[in-house]
Design a protein around this ligand. Structure first.
Ligand code: BDR
Ligand code: CA
Length: 360
């Protein structure tokens, strides 16, 4: 047997020492990061195909620490949404995350479900195995209140469905508002709707709840159609995802495949990444360009109920009654209540999504 040269032993043992040292530093950093540096997130969802993509993005992103999932009716009924959420956390082996049922219907109107867009089971007709995770007994809005008080100024709310649960939490306990770190929601549009000419689906499905959430007074980022409609998930990104395998990866490939095919049947080259965009912004805010403005939700318009009305120039004319008419006497400033995402680096967002789902 050839004996190793003494210099070789020296070199390798020193190299091994250096490697060990680097590994120790790496482990120290990695083990230190999740608890302190990652954002604590409550994910409120109506799953939903793009909700599924968004949830898996959140669970696969070390920047986020998903503390709870609360379910709201929207794309599907409350029951079906809960079942979908439970099956997904089970697939991801994350029974440690509480999954709670929330509202059963919007605040003041009948529920509109969207199996038309999301498949008869809400998950693009992709059947997941029964869940090994159990539902949390707490009511979703109560769980939100509890977790916010338990971690004051640390929780980011990421709602990607109608805003019913968030509004119920605020109505029940307004003291959570200054304790929430920020709200990053998927919903709204300042350039026309996707359910009709004016309204985006999440806001349209509970406009009164949305108005409560927008006026609450917390830091709020609106990730609306200006982002989702540009971040189109096309066959190119699907092909990338198909290169890796695993239960979660394969599930997302199937759901995203359903979405891409559906979009193609409507003549679109890809499927809008609505809900994943909100999660992506929570991971990396530099993906979008924002404009601060005051946003109100139209709750009465004949053609515009559910529209998010953004004041882009920051002012409202002041009209004063003089005799039989009003006269404009100046412009009152309006205080912004939202950062509205007006543009996105779509390819970077889609690459982030693909790489995270692939576990890279
Ligand atoms: C929103 O509506 C739902 O159908 C999607 O899940 C998304 O949250 C897009 O308008
Ligand atoms: Ca949704």
């Amino acid at each position: 047997m050839k004996r190793p040269h003494p210099a070789g032993v020296l070199c390798c043992s020193r190299a091994a020492g250096i490697r060990f040292g680097l590994l120790a530093i790496f482990l120290a950093v990695v083990l230190a990061v999740p608890a302190s540096a990652s954002k604590k997130v409550i994910f409120d969802t109506d799953p939903g195909t793009d909700d599924a993509l968004a949830l898996m993005l959140a669970l696969n992103s070390p920047e986020l620490d998903v503390r709870a999932i609360t379910v709201v009716p929207g794309n599907v009924t409350a029951e079906m949404g809960l079942e979908n959420a439970l099956r997904m956390v089970s697939l991801a082996n994350r029974c440690d995350i509480p999954v709670a049922a929330g509202a059963r219907h919007p605040l003041f109107q009948k529920l509109v479900t969207a199996e038309f867009w999301h498949g008869k089971n809400g998950l693009g007709n992709v059947e997941l195995p029964a869940s090994k995770c159990k539902v949390d007994a707490r009511f979703g809005p109560d769980l939100i209140i509890q977790l916010v008080h338990a971690s004051p100024h640390e929780i980011t709310l990421v709602p990607v469905g109608p805003l019913t649960n968030i509004a119920l939490a605020v109505e029940k306990d307004p003291s959570i508002v200054p304790l929430v770190k920020e709200v990053i929601l998927m919903g709204g549009s300042i350039t026309g709707g996707n359910v009709n000419a004016a309204a985006e689906a999440n806001i349209y499905n509970d406009p009164e709840a949305a108005q409560i959430v927008f006026q609450a007074g917390w830091p709020l980022t609106m990730v609306g159609l200006e982002v989702g409609d540009k971040a189109l998930f096309t066959g190119k990104y699907l092909d990338e995802l198909k290169k890796t395998h695993g239960p979660l990866n394969d599930f997302i490939v199937s759901v995203a495949g359903f979405m891409v095919n559906l979009s193609a049947s409507f003549g679109s080259p890809g499927s809008p990444m609505y809900d994943p965009s909100a999660v992506a912004v929570a991971v990396d805010a530099t993906l979008v360009r924002v404009q601060e403005m005051h946003v109100d939700v139209e709750t009465r318009g004949e053609f515009t109920r559910g529209e998010t009305v953004g004041n882009r120039h920051g002012g409202v004319e002041r009209n004063v009654l003089r005799g039989d008419r009003y006269v404009i006497e100046g412009v009152d400033k309006v205080i912004p209540n939202a950062k509205v995402c007006v543009d996105v680096d779509a390819d970077r967002l889609l690459q982030l999504f693909v790489s995270r789902i692939r576990g890279k």
